[in-house]
Design a protein around this ligand. Sequence first.
Ligand code: SF4
Length: 354
Amino acid sequence: MSGLYIHIPFCENRCSYCAFYSTIARDRKKQEQFFQTLEKELNGLPEDFSPETIFVGGGTPTAPDFQCLEKFFPMFGKFSPQEFSCEANPGTVDEKKLALLRRSGVNRLSLGVQSFHSQCLETLGRIHSAEEAEEAVRLARAAGFENLSIDLIFGVPGQTLQMVESDLDRALALGSEHIAIYNLMYEEGTPLTRRNPLRLDEDLEREMFDRIRERLKAAGFVHYELSNFAKPGFECLHNQLYWNGGEYLGCGPAAHSHWRGARWANVSDLNDYCANGPRREFEEVLNPDAKERETLVMGLRQPAGVEVSSKVWKNLSESFQGLEKAGLLVIDGRRVRLSEEALFVSDAVLAELV
Ligand code: SF4
């Protein structure tokens, strides 16, 4: 199984917490230039590349003008993936754009709602209101989307447990098939980090995480990745490909690829990308041991755990046993998984295995 990731590097505005590469470009000419370069990059992919999943992210794929999207989205028609996801910002969608995505083959929409509380939306620098997010869900359903994900964030400065609960209430009331809920990260160099707000207490964040898991489990969702919950059968195939060490090609500025034992990233600069094409700013060949460890660590992001090869077992048995003793890892034959206790502190636990 292989996947294709597309990075659309435009946003209407920059959110305060975001470290993804994007630029505010309302200039139609720049948008056209980008899509022309992207089309060339797509045409240069290996002849036999036939992705089962496509994920259009960014940036905000729904930020460019409708006319631009209408002109270029048909370029994906040459692929016939099983899953075709597109991210959307509730502040940049309307009936026309959503209908266009649907008729271009997009069959899974991931809406960046983040919160239904104006106070949190303001802290995060989002451009939309909670009501606009609800309207976006209604429009997406009307456009024919039957596989909808709502993205939320917890751990926002000033957020309470009750606010997280009511975010879940509203997301569930909207009937979303998938909910991704991320713990806010303070990325280096972002306006939020520079502002240095009073961060939530770690115990409160843990309580939020536990409550999220309880509530979504009770609502029939499967906790299939640290931050991702889905109704059975609605797990995101593209992300599962990442977590299971699968191969993918990425197109667009700052897009990453992992293909035939190598990994690289396109240049994170829209002007450079448009002027020189998809120049690589980083490239490495993975040695088989590093690749196996990386696959293990990514695999452990899934609460169901992973089957471990005898080689990995041999190399890491001491670390496995140490983590098991500390109550952070569950070993069941050759299968290992993070313990309930470890899910909230997974980064620190997984760092032990890299
Ligand atoms: S809309 Fe998304 S990609 Fe753009 S700045 Fe906000 S979080 Fe980042």
